[in-house]
Structures are given as structure tokens and as C-alpha cells.
Design a protein around this ligand. Structure first.
Ligand code: HEC
Ligand code: HEC
Length: 225
């Protein structure tokens, strides 16, 4: 009887630190799902986008971005499955000149706020085609930067904002997974060099990346799913 009591005490003593670890681990998981929960209500409350009109508008865009938003051309971004709020923000900023692009300023300027919303929600509902990494010699460096950043140069992990699998966090952080590596590398370079100036956060993230690190991260992102 005395032996059993000792055993019980021993088991409890061993088990309790484990319980403590388990409950600590549960807290960040809950915290990280919070932004999604917060983001949902504004979308649900807003007036419903007209997807039929959105599809009609997209006929103009399909030439470059692909019939279903999966562009086949490396320089043109895939838009399928991107967060619609992010797409609307980009269209508004192309139109206002906050994001500078000679092609997109023309197309965005043709669109009203309603048109932007309709077309964004239509293409966001299309399924993104997966991409793949191609450069075996760089992909490990890319994975390291994406998942852990580069601590001694204050470069943050991309996963922290764009999520570990690259699907982003609606509505603030865009989806990256499967995007054309040429496009991703071009955007990171544009943020770094001050050519794309519509996100202070991304300008700071990209500021210290060198060309090789940009290429590696872009290649890793292409294979994320
Ligand atoms: C002639 C080719 C072309 C056409 C047509 C075109 N786009 Fe684009 N689009 C581009 C290019 C190139 C970029 C990348 C711009 C850059 O590098 O900043 C882009 C970028 C975008 C982006 C930003 C995507 C991101 O991930 O940040 C959105 C949104 C977009 N286009 C929507 C549209 C819509 C909607 C239409 C139709 C009304 C359209 N585009 C028509 C070439 C085109
Ligand atoms: C602190 C949060 C944060 C971190 C960390 C971060 N990003 Fe971003 N990223 C953003 C935001 C916000 C945007 C949207 C910018 C906008 O609205 O135009 C963005 C946009 C981008 C875009 C443009 C997407 C498109 O479709 O044009 C790329 C590419 C990108 N990030 C890559 C990265 C990479 C690679 C890393 C890691 C080296 C990284 N980001 C780390 C917040 C972050």
C-alpha cells in the first residue's frame, strides 16, 4: 500500500511538467488562429460582390493572368485563391499610383470600386494551381529564410506573416504559395530597391536581402502548398 502511494506520487511528479508543456503549447496555437477569426466578420457584413459581373470583367485580365487566374507566364502573377481584400488593395493602389506599374495602371484605372470588388472575389474563388521549386542548390537556403529568417541581420521569418505553408493570413497578409518565382523575386527586389512602395512592412523585410537570398526564397515559395 505504501509502495503504491509512493508510485502515485512519483507518477504525478513526472506527469505534471508534461501537462504544463502541453498547455503552454496550446496557447500559441489559439493565438495564431485569432487573426482569421477577427478577419471574418467585416467580409460577411459587406455588400455581396457580384460574381457574374466579376467574371465578365475578368475577360480582359485573362490574357495575362490566365482564364482561371492561374497565369502561365512567369512575369504575370497568379491571382487565383489570393485573398480578395489584398487584390482590391492592389487594384486601388495601381489606380492611385501608390503601386507603380505601366501595364496595371491602365487596367486598374478602367475599374470602379464595385468592379474591383466583383473581379477580386470572382478570381479569389478560383483554385490556385500548385507550382514547384526548381533550383535544388538554393531551395535549402530559401527554406531556412522562409521558416526562420536571418536572426543576426534582423530579417524576420516570412512564415510569421505569410503562414508556414504560404497561404497567408486574410485579409492583411497575401498568399504566396505556388506563385511564379520570377514574379516573387521581382517584387522582393522592387520592395528592396524602393520601386514598390505600397507596404512599409515589406520594404523593411526586403531591405537587407541580397539577390541570392531573394532567388532562393522565391524558389522555395514556388514549391509551397
Ligand atoms: C497585359 C497584361 C496584363 C493584363 C491584361 C492585366 N494584368 Fe494584372 N498584372 C500584370 C502584371 C505584369 C502585374 C505585375 C505588376 C508588378 O510587377 O507590379 C500584374 C499584377 C496584378 C495584380 C497584383 C497581384 C499581386 O499579387 O500583387 C492584380 C490584383 C492584377 N494584376 C489584376 C488584374 C486585373 C483585375 C486585370 C483585368 C482588369 C488585369 N490585372 C489585367 C499584367 C496584366
Ligand atoms: C511583418 C509581416 C511580414 C513579414 C515578416 C513578411 N511579409 Fe511579405 N508581405 C507582408 C504584407 C503586409 C504584404 C502585402 C503588401 C501590400 O499590401 O502590398 C506582403 C507582400 C509580400 C509579397 C508580394 C506578394 C504579391 O503577390 O505581390 C511578397 C513576394 C512577399 N511579401 C514575400 C515575403 C518574403 C519572402 C518574406 C520573408 C523574407 C516576407 N514576405 C515576410 C507582410 C510580411
Amino acid at each position: 500500500m505504501k509502495l503504491i502511494a509512493h508510485l502515485l506520487i512519483a507518477v504525478t511528479a513526472v506527469a505534471s511538467p508534461l501537462f504544463a508543456i502541453a498547455s503552454d503549447a496550446a496557447a500559441p496555437a489559439l493565438a495564431s488562429s485569432a487573426p482569421t477569426v477577427h478577419a471574418a466578420p467585416p467580409v460577411a457584413r459587406a455588400a455581396k460582390p457580384d460574381l457574374v459581373k466579376g467574371e465578365a470583367t475578368f475577360a480582359v485580365c485573362a490574357a495575362c493572368h490566365g482564364a482561371d487566374g492561374n497565369s502561365a507566364t512567369p512575369a504575370y502573377p497568379k491571382l487565383a485563391q489570393q485573398h480578395p481584400e489584398y487584390l482590391v488593395k492592389q487594384l486601388q493602389e495601381f489606380k492611385s499610383g501608390k503601386r507603380v506599374n505601366p501595364l496595371m495602371v491602365g487596367f486598374a484605372s478602367m475599374l470602379s470600386d464595385e468592379d474591383m470588388k466583383n473581379v477580386a472575389y470572382w478570381v479569389a474563388a478560383k483554385k490556385a494551381k500548385a507550382g514547384s521549386s526548381t533550383d535544388k542548390s538554393l531551395v535549402q537556403l530559401g527554406e531556412r529564410i522562409y521558416r526562420g529568417g536571418i536572426a543576426d541581420r534582423q530579417i524576420p521569418a516570412c512564415a510569421g506573416c505569410h503562414s508556414p505553408n504560404g497561404t497567408g493570413i486574410p485579409a492583411q497578409y497575401p498568399r504566396l504559395s505556388g506563385q511564379h518565382p520570377d514574379y516573387v523575386a521581382a517584387q522582393l527586389t522592387a520592395f528592396r530597391d524602393g520601386v514598390r512602395q505600397n507596404s512599409l512592412q515589406m520594404s523593411q523585410v526586403a531591405a537587407k536581402l541580397n539577390d541570392r537570398e531573394i532567388k532562393a526564397t522565391a524558389d522555395y515559395i514556388a514549391g509551397l502548398r
